[in-house]
Design a protein around this ligand. Structure first.
Ligand code: KG4
Ligand code: ZN
Length: 301
């Protein structure tokens, strides 16, 4: 067991599975390769090796079929996954982007008009779930494992810290929380009396992460005057987050989540955004390259 994604293995797996994946997708969608108008592919951010595998494959396919290629920003695709759930979604809106690599809060004023309100200074929220699960010896990815245990736990049993819970502060920090879990777990493990159950620890830890996400989203709704917040990225799959957002965000605000299958990384969100860009004639030159550190700030005006 590796407790995370091993870049080299991930690239090889991508290469091994791509052909089968394309064949199966076409079959399930009842579509032929010759029906395609363009090929959308993630150009960044992400692991260089896996991005490169995808881009090389997509370029070959596009060239062979004589269709356009569209290099898509992974973060932008996560945001646009919300249009799959809610086709009538209209700008402007607030977006909480919470994945394994990013925790950011955006004021999305329009298409390619994205303004960063704040982001994490250290670990991302998904990373806090993954590292927490590793400390507790649960496996990877940590989010779903912690969520499952937390269902049967007492979320008030352990008092974990919440960072930057101040009005109009849109920064996040999760590394202190992770360290306090580590200390707590080490001490808790050895005790005979008063031993706190793993379910209670998971529920308390999850609640500490989610409290911050919900509070900051509420703050962003107030600061921007926007009536809608969309939640994007793998952590959006968390059911307790969904419940808390609807209970604790300002009254009358609308909170939108993608369908569960469109929260964690998926090709549908990349294709959705790719189609939009194709319609806008925003195709990529055939020699575009991977951008492992690509940010969404490139669009901010
Ligand atoms: O967006 P994503 O699939 O990949 C990145 O772009 O990073 O997000 C993956 C992250 C992982 O850290 C994973 O633990 C977290 O999303 N995640 C969850 C849940 N499902 C996935 N976190 C909390 N609750 C979940 N149900
Ligand atoms: Zn992602």
């Amino acid at each position: 067991m590796y407790g995370g994604v091993v870049p080299e293995l991930a690239s090889r797996e991508h290469e091994r599975l791509l052909n089968t994946l394309i064949e199966e997708s076409l079959q399930r969608a009842h579509v032929q390769l010759s029906d395609l108008d363009g090929i959308a592919v993630t150009r960044g951010p992400g692991l260089a090796g896996t991005l490169l595998t995808g881009i090389c494959f997509a370029k070959g396919l596009a060239q062979g079929l004589g269709v356009s290629i569209i290099g898509v920003n992974h973060l932008e695709a996560h945001i646009f996954a919300n249009f799959i759930a809610e086709p009538a979604l209209e700008f402007p809106f607030v977006c909480l982007l919470v994945s394994g690599g990013h925790t950011q809060i955006w004021n999305i004023k329009g298409y390619e008009d994205y303004h960063l309100l704040g982001e994490s200074r250290d670990d991302a929220a998904g990373e806090a779930f993954d590292k927490g699960a590793r400390i507790l010896g649960l496996g990877y990815p940590g989010g779903p494992l912690i969520e499952k245990l937390a269902v049967n736990g007492d979320k008030q049993r352990v008092e974990f810290p919440r960072s930057f819970m101040k009005k109009d502060n849109f920064e996040f920090s999760f590394s202190g929380l992770k360290t306090s879990l580590l200390y707590f777990h080490e001490q808790n493990q050895g005790r005979d009396n008063h031993k706190v159950s793993i379910e209670d620890v998971a529920a308390s830890y999850q609640e500490a992460i989610l409290d911050v996400l919900v509070y900051k989203t509420g703050q962003a709704l107030e600061r921007t005057g926007s009536g809608t917040a969309v939640i994007a990225g793998g952590v959006a799959a968390n059911k307790r987050l969904r419940e808390k957002m609807s209970q604790e965000c300002p009254a009358k605000s609308r909170i939108i989540f993608p369908g569960l299958e469109y929260c964690t990384d998926n090709a549908a969100m990349v294709a959705y955004l790719g189609e939009l860009k194709l319609k806008n004639q925003q195709t990529s030159p055939l020699d575009f390259s991977v951008e492992p550190n690509l940010s969404l700030k490139v669009y901010s005006r």
